[in-house]
Write a new protein. Structure first.
Ligand SMILES: [Zn+2]
Length: 302
């Protein structure tokens, strides 16, 4: 009955308390985004709302509500292999009278211009032996379950740090040819750190996975909440276990060359609502939580 009353008030144009159509403003930092980009979007309403969500890239994600109920924020991930061209972000809101409204905005996705890369690794990492196929399938299933297990609540409140102090290789998204055979594109970027260098959590999180996998070797996946995960591959040592909560800067392991690696380095990956994105974008995350005075996604206010 509440729903019917709300709709009636709206259709009659009566401002019954907060039961009127909100004026919605979507703030998107730029009209276009590169494949692999992380985009922080804000939705502002002139009246308090019950909730807001955003549909993007075939998925719908809840937006985090600010203290006064008028500001909402979410991260969007532009998958690095997603189509280029104009794509629609659809904001859906529910008012305090359960009235529903929506707003759409187009974001132009532009090519990441990812390079080709030829690599040489041990043959078993290009054509795995039959005896390892079950294990590889189990590894895939374990990782797939991680994406289902994410915590709804955001754990971070500002830009991330690098997980290791080392130069970044410009190889995010590269189309890779291993030992002359085309293989999957590079779902992360590599940091050229020496074997044994400490790897630290770039932001607060919960350890979603910490174990040895066939291709990625010593592997840690951190769940930062609100749809954001980061991944660490080829570690020679794991300092954390699944389920553990960790703070920014806490050690998660050591750089190594385990799994399909050409030599010691840290492979760093990130996912935003399943989209595979360049983790370097996390170094420029805006500060959270939301405050009513904040009116720009790039605002540094606390
Ligand atoms: Zn890598």
């Amino acid at each position: 009955m509440l729903v019917a009353a709300g709709v009636l008030a709206l259709s009659a144009g009566i401002a019954a308390g907060d039961c009127r159509a909100p004026a919605l403003t979507a703030r998107i930092p730029a009209a276009s985004a590169r494949q692999g980009a992380i985009v922080a979007v804000t939705l502002e309403s002139d009246v308090a709302l019950a909730r807001a969500s955003i549909a993007w890239g075939g998925r719908e994600a809840a937006m985090e509500k600010g203290a006064d109920g008028r500001l909402f924020r979410a991260l969007l991930g532009v998958d690095f292999e997603g189509a280029t061209g104009a794509r629609t972000a659809r904001f859906e809101v529910e008012g305090l009278c359960r009235d529903r409204h929506s707003l759409t905005r187009e974001i132009g996705v532009v090519s990441g211009h990812f390079p080709f890369q030829k690599l040489k690794v041990a043959p078993a990492y290009v054509e795995p032996p039959a005896s390892e196929l079950d294990r590889i399938r189990e590894d895939h299933e374990k990782v797939a379950r991680v994406w289902e297990s994410g915590d709804a609540g955001r754990r971070w409140d500002g830009p991330f740090q690098l997980p290791v102090e080392a130069p970044a290789r410009d190889n995010f998204g590269s189309r890779r040819v291993f030992n002359g055979k085309p293989r999957s594109s590079h779902e992360g970027m590599d940091l050229a750190a020496p074997a044994g260098a400490p790897v630290t959590a770039p932001g607060p999180g919960r350890v979603a996975l910490a174990e040895e996998l066939y291709f990625s070797g010593g592997t840690v996946i951190l769940d930062h909440g609100a749809g954001l995960f980061t991944l660490y591959f080829h570690l020679s040592r794991l300092d954390v276990r699944a389920g553990q909560t960790i703070g920014e800067g806490q050690s998660i392991g050591a750089v190594g060359a385990t799994g399909r690696a050409t030599g010691p380095h840290l492979h760093w990956g990130a996912r935003v609502h399943r989209a595979r994105v360049n983790p370097l974008g996390l170094l420029k995350l805006p500060s959270w939580p939301l405050t009513p005075s904040e009116n720009s996604p790039t605002s540094q206010s606390n």
